[in-house]
Design a protein around this ligand. Structure first.
Ligand SMILES: [Zn+2]
Length: 279
């Protein structure tokens, strides 16, 4: 699937702290892209075992319930692979064990695009962001540079497990303010709601209205009925340069940041396994 002039996507990966995080922020994009042939992998970093106020519930039961709910939601959206890393919900830190586990999945599934939350967003709108969301997003950023992309980082991954380094072409961060990309999800909004409601332990049917409200708000600027919005960071060198040129052309008087350098400098001589033409 072609996302824009410089970004061709065959495989995408959504890496989040909890079962249900992906559905809230991007299930419309998942449904739409999966329909267009993109192979999606979900990677849930924690087990969701803290997500209940019910004194009768136990962490063990909730862990199993939430894994089943996430599998059901993924099936509704057409997600091909669902991976649970099983770290404890509520206790997540960007430790080297978590980083290795995430880098391993990126090297296995080799996504063109990775989705996660924005790790710089801590509070706003009467809401304090969950520390697991920040930790998982922080781990994803570290996976791009250096954990998944650099040969001599976590060398056991290729030495013992034959998992070659991998860097995606782009990173998409869920964004509520100043997004770079707005995806029109009007056609798949009911599929998104259905996937959200699969998380029966977490969400009541009456509460989907506020999510519709978010999506309407996200689509306003572009005139879409429902949308999801992202900050997009192009990581592929050619694509990043093309994007920087495009921005210079469209905003000639604005001060434009140059394309960032590769996260894996070429002097390390890492051959790319991905053919440029196939995308
Ligand atoms: Zn969450």
């Amino acid at each position: 699937m072609r996302f824009d002039k410089t970004l061709e996507i065959q495989r995408a990966m959504a890496i989040y702290a909890h079962p249900d995080d992906a559905e809230f922020g991007m299930a419309g994009t998942v449904a739409k892209w999966a329909n267009a042939g993109v192979e999606f992998t979900y990677c849930m970093v924690t087990n969701g075992a803290s997500g209940s106020q019910d004194p009768e519930m136990t962490r063990e039961r909730l862990r199993d319930i939430r894994a089943a709910e996430q599998r059901e939601a993924a099936a509704i959206l057409g997600v091909k692979n669902v991976v649970f890393l099983g770290f404890e919900d509520g206790y997540l830190e960007p430790t080297i064990d978590v980083r290795r586990a995430v880098a391993r999945q990126i090297r296995i599934h080799r996504p063109d695009v990775i989705f996660t939350m924005d790790p710089t967003w801590r509070y706003g709108g009467g809401y304090v962001n969950h520390p697991d969301h920040i930790a998982a997003a922080e781990v994803v950023l570290r996976s791009i540079n250096p954990d998944a992309s650099t040969r001599q980082m976590l060398p056991e991954l290729w030495q013992n497990e034959r998992l070659e380094p991998h860097k995606p072409k782009a990173l998409f961060l869920l964004s509520f303010d100043s997004p770079d990309a707005t995806v029109d999800v009007s056609d798949v909004v009911e599929t998104k709601i259905k996937a959200l409601l699969a998380h029966r332990s977490q969400i009541e049917p009456e509460s989907v209205d506020f999510i519709r409200g978010w999506m309407r708000e996200a689509g306003k600027k572009k005139g879409y009925r429902y949308a999801e919005a992202f900050k997009v960071l192009k990581l592929d060198d050619d694509a990043a340069r093309a994007e920087a040129r495009r921005r210079e052309r469209t905003a000639p008087r604005a001060r434009v940041r140059r394309a960032s350098r590769s996260t894996t400098p070429s002097r390390r001589g890492r051959p790319s396994r991905r053919g440029r033409s196939s995308g």
